[in-house]
Design a protein around this ligand. Structure first.
Ligand code: PEP
Length: 249
């Protein structure tokens, strides 16, 4: 009923030759043509689009909140759209914490991405202190509410949400399937509160945080986990393919 997808986030990794090799391996391995995406360094988008088969979508890891003009070093939503990019990650915890992106900036990025026909992957998730204090549902809820109260039901159809607890990103520690499911259903209920049942049921909600071939199937077995946003394990073609296959098994 809703789209399942596994998305790789390469972050600031790979040389161009390593990136090309990874896409070639994904082309060969993705025999059942399962839809997937990889968020690559922007510099490589064009070269990798020319290599990837049609089931592998080449996406971006970031986009400017500004439209155009004197913003040295930025890449605009219109530029990504003009390159036929479909997916862009917005609000990743590394952008929020290292680059000081606020909910306001994230909301602006979502807005401008939607205006330029991109599909934002809205990332949310709590730090370890918040989890330990027991406030994580409220914390994640506020991150999602902040964005959803400024968009329309039609916009929501083009957004993927990724729940990524910060304590599980790159740490090797994964949320248990039950811990992830608890937050996913909470997020789906927030979508329902804003836009109703039908749109909530159709919203793809991904889990991210140390997803590996060994834990993917258990996570994907949960009712409200529709795939994964994968960092480290997406840099190895075989691991990434095993995770994709687990989502369709
Ligand atoms: C991420 O950064 O989006 C991520 C989920 O990383 P990892 O899979 O390495 O924890």
């Amino acid at each position: 009923m809703r789209e399942k997808i596994v998305i790789g986030n390469w972050k600031m990794n790979t040389s161009i030759s390593e990136a090309k090799q990874l896409v070639e391996e994904l082309n060969k391995a993705n025999k059942n043509n399962t839809k997937t995406a990889v968020l690559v360094p922007s510099l490589y988008i064009n070269a990798l689009q020319n290599l990837a088969n049609k089931s592998i979508h080449i996406g971006a890891q970031n986009v400017s909140s500004f439209e155009k003009g004197a913003f040295t070093g930025e890449i605009s939503a219109a530029m990504l759209n003009s390159m036929q990019v479909e997916y862009v990650a917005i609000g990743h915890s590394e952008r929020r914490t290292i680059f000081n992106e606020t909910d306001n900036i994230i909301s602006e990025k979502i807005k401008i991405s939607l205006e330029n026909n991109l599909k934002p992957i809205l990332c949310c998730g709590e730090a370890l202190e918040v989890r330990k204090a027991g406030d994580f549902l409220d914390f994640v809820g506020k991150q999602i509410d902040f964005v959803l109260e400024k968009i329309t039901a039609n916009d929501m159809k083009n957004i993927i949400i990724a729940y990524e607890p910060i304590w599980a990103i790159g740490t090797g520690e994964t949320a248990s399937a039950a811990q992830a499911q608890e937050v996913h259903i909470y997020i789906r209920n927030i979508v329902k509160k804003h836009f109703g049942n039908e749109i909530a049921d159709k919203t793809t909600i991904l889990y991210g945080g140390s997803v590996k071939p060994s834990n993917a199937a258990e996570l994907f077995a949960e009712q409200d986990i529709d795939g994964a946003l994968v960092g480290g394990a997406s840099l190895n073609a075989q691991s990434f393919i095993d995770i994709i296959n687990a989502n369709n098994g």
